[in-house]
Each structure stands twice: as structure tokens, then as C-alpha cells.
Design a protein around this ligand. Structure first.
Ligand code: SF4
Length: 309
């Protein structure tokens, strides 16, 4: 395996319920990664891989700032060069608290903070919160602080969402911070609430991330239940049931019938799996290959309990 990046989905709980959320995170979601589990995953991974970067995201990871700080401190001790955090900046509500948290994040080794602001977050979080969190991070000396924005079509598109996000960026422009622009994927809540923005794509052919996600994964994401995922809800084992280093070293796509099929035949190939015989396939129901891939995997999941989150 060529793992260069370790990510922690620290919690699926969030203090917002954005309509574009691909993880369907919300205040009702439960579960947060235990610090001892996270420390173990960091040690296990760095014992078998030289990581370039480590990232914590959610849900809203800063609902648990103590855990974020302890885990980033460990990443720093393990000399992982890039230590990143994604947050919606709600903790900027109180300027003094924001300054204190930003200083602790800096001290724990965080060198990049991505603060999510766009038309989707605005109904839940006043811009001042994100602005104060960003200013606190910059004042604390965190090397890179960027706006993390989600767009549907493009930054100059005329749909109401992208137009509003553009206005938000104009308001925040005086802070002079960079943007990290992400296209909304037709996954999770987005697929249900923003369907008209996702033109149907061909379902034929290979998995779009066959090399970097399946054949030679460069990134593994751990969640609060211990699942080690290499793609959307596609796990290769559980780090609470066996050492993560063993899972990573033992990974070979040819040994996983579902991943082998995905590599060799793409998502439509999953339809040929005996376990998928009960799957009722209607081509026009699917937006893209990943939509189909995730749907079929739900059907074959009982046969491969270790593979699906
Ligand atoms: S969801 Fe399936 S088809 Fe999409 S990138 Fe992941 S493995 Fe490939």
C-alpha cells in the first residue's frame, strides 16, 4: 500500500444540517472517536507508512476540541509534516475562546485550517463566527488558513447557491485568505436535495478512482467505529478488531471480491456478483458510477460485513 495520508472522521455529529452534506451529518448523529483509538491508529499507521499528511474532519470536529488537540499533538510527535483541520468555525462565536482554541491548535501542530463558509453553511452559522475563527487562527500563527467553499457548478455560475457563495466571498475578501473550492458530489443529502444540479453521467467503465483509491490506495479514513475506508463507505477492515498496521500491510485488492470486481469491471460489474442477484437495476435511476456503486454495495453488504461502513 502507498498510504501517504491518514484522515479521521472524528464524529458524524454536527451542529448544522447543510443540504449539500455528503455524509448526512447532523445534531442527531452520534459517536465520536475515542482519543486512545485515534492515538493507536496514528501509531499503527506510521509504523508501516511514511505519512505526508493527517487531517481531522467531521461532522463538526471542533465540538470535541480537546480530542482534536490531543490527536494533532500525537501527529506532531510522529513528525507528520502536514496536520490539517476542517471546521465550520462555529467556535468563532466567542472571540476570546476562539483565540484560546486557535493558540492551542497551533501548539498542537496544526498547520492548516480549512473553515467551511458558503451558501449551504450560512443558514446555520453567521459569517462573523467563521470570520472570527479565521482571524484567531491567523493571529495564532497557523501557517495556512483557507475558506473551504462548496460550489454546485462554478464560482461564477448563475444558480442561487453559487451566486450567494460568491457574495459571501466578496464580503470576506478583505481578510485576504485563500479559498479551497470543492465541487458538491451527488452523495448523501446533496443527492436528495440538489438533484437538478447533477446531470446524469455514464455508468459504463472503470471506477473513477481505481488507481489511487482501490489498486494502490494513498489515503485511509478512520471513523469513530474503527472502520478503515479507502472510498465512500468502502472499508478494508476495522481497526478496533485487528491492528490497523496489519490491515494496511495485508491489503491486496485482488483478495476482496467486491474491490476486485470494481477494479476489473467498474461499478456495473458489481451487478454480476452472485450476491447482487436480488438487486433491481434501473439505469435511469443513477446519477453516476459512484451512486450505483454505493447502492449495489448496500445489497451485497450482508455477505461482506467487513467491507462496508
Ligand atoms: S464509490 Fe465506487 S465507483 Fe466511486 S470512486 Fe468509490 S469505489 Fe469507485
Amino acid at each position: 500500500m502507498n498510504i501517504k495520508r491518514l484522515e479521521f472522521l472524528l464524529t458524524e455529529k454536527c451542529n448544522s444540517r447543510c443540504i449539500h452534506c455528503q455524509g448526512e451529518h447532523s445534531p442527531e448523529r452520534q459517536g465520536v472517536m475515542k482519543v486512545e483509538d485515534g492515538l493507536n491508529y496514528l501509531e499503527e499507521t506510521t509504523s508501516v507508512a511514511k505519512l505526508d499528511s493527517f487531517m481531522i474532519f467531521g461532522g463538526e470536529s471542533m465540538l470535541y476540541p480537546e480530542r482534536v488537540i490531543k490527536l494533532c499533538q500525537k501527529a506532531k510527535e510522529l513528525s507528520i509534516p502536514e496536520i490539517e483541520l476542517i471546521t465550520n468555525g462555529f467556535w468563532g462565536k466567542n472571540v476570546d475562546r476562539a483565540r484560546s482554541l486557535a493558540t492551542q491548535l497551533k501548539g498542537s501542530g496544526v498547520n492548516e485550517v480549512l473553515i467551511s463558509v458558503d451558501a449551504f453553511h450560512l443558514p446555520y452559522l453567521p459569517l462573523d463566527y467563521a470570520r472570527n475563527a479565521a482571524l484567531a487562527c491567523a493571529a495564532a500563527g497557523i501557517r495556512r488558513v483557507r475558506w473551504n467553499i462548496a460550489i454546485l457548478e462554478s464560482e461564477n455560475a448563475s444558480n442561487d447557491f453559487d451566486k450567494q457563495t460568491r457574495r459571501i466571498m466578496e464580503i470576506l475578501a478583505p481578510l485576504g485568505m485563500e479559498k479551497n473550492v470543492n465541487k458538491v458530489w451527488p452523495q448523501g443529502r446533496a443527492r436528495r436535495t440538489l438533484t437538478e444540479f447533477f446531470p446524469k453521467q455514464s455508468l459504463e467503465g472503470k471506477c473513477p478512482k481505481v488507481e489511487t483509491a482501490l489498486v494502490n490506495p494513498t489515503c485511509v479514513t478512520m471513523d469513530s467505529r474503527g472502520w478503515a475506508s479507502i472510498c465512500w463507505n468502502l472499508s478494508i477492515g476495522n481497526g478496533k478488531r485487528q491492528p490497523l498496521s496489519k490491515i494496511l500491510i495485508g491489503y491486496d485488492w485482488k483478495n476482496h471480491p467486491v474491490i476486485k470486481t470494481l477494479v476489473e469491471h467498474g461499478p456495473k460489474g458489481l451487478l454480476e456478483l452472485p450476491e447482487a442477484s436480488g438487486f433491481h437495476f434501473e439505469e435511469n435511476r443513477y446519477i453516476d458510477k459512484c451512486h450505483l456503486c454505493k447502492d449495489i454495495r448496500k445489497i451485497v453488504k450482508p455477505e461482506y460485513p467487513e467491507m462496508f461502513v
